[in-house]
Design a protein. Structure first.
Length: 150
């Protein structure tokens, strides 16, 4: 099957020894982001999914709006879609690729862009979580001229 071939060649080139499980999936970590690739035999497609970490509830609407805006026409996600994983409350980046339209080089390029995009949004979510959970320090009075500094 072409999808399995593409995934195995890609992982081999990255120095990752993988075998697809009984559901034609494999999960591995690249630069702190967990990726799951699945071959969908019935449609001859490859599903790429990246776990971007927990969505911080305290960030609420501002973070949700930023992620939805990034999804608009896939402009900020390079063809992928940002989503929430119902079972875990984590954010995910997802992309579906037609295996029969890909060769090893094209799949590698798309996957590299997907990983870079996933790393970026994992950092965005982590930063939002850190900013919302960090105690806010009150402004300090500057001892030299009485100005307030932050």
């Amino acid at each position: 099957m072409l999808g399995q071939h593409l995934i195995k060649n890609l992982c081999s080139g990255m120095g990752i020894d993988i075998e697809l499980d009984e559901s034609n999936s494999c999960t591995f970590e690249v630069d702190g982001v967990y990726l799951t690739f699945t071959v969908l035999e019935e449609t001859n497609e490859i599903s790429l999914a990246a776990d971007l970490g927990a969505l911080p509830a305290e960030c609420g609407a501002p973070l949700a709006m930023a992620l939805l805006e990034a999804n608009y026409l896939h402009q900020e996600t390079h063809g992928a879609t940002l989503a929430a994983i119902p079972l875990t409350g984590h954010a995910a980046l997802c992309r579906l690729l037609p295996a029969d339209l890909l060769d090893d080089q094209a799949f590698e390029g798309i996957t590299e862009q997907f990983i870079n995009t996933a790393e970026f949004y994992a950092k965005v979510i982590s930063a939002a979580s850190s900013a919302s959970g960090a105690p806010q320090e009150p402004p300090q009075e500057d001892s030299v001229d009485g100005m307030i500094s932050v």
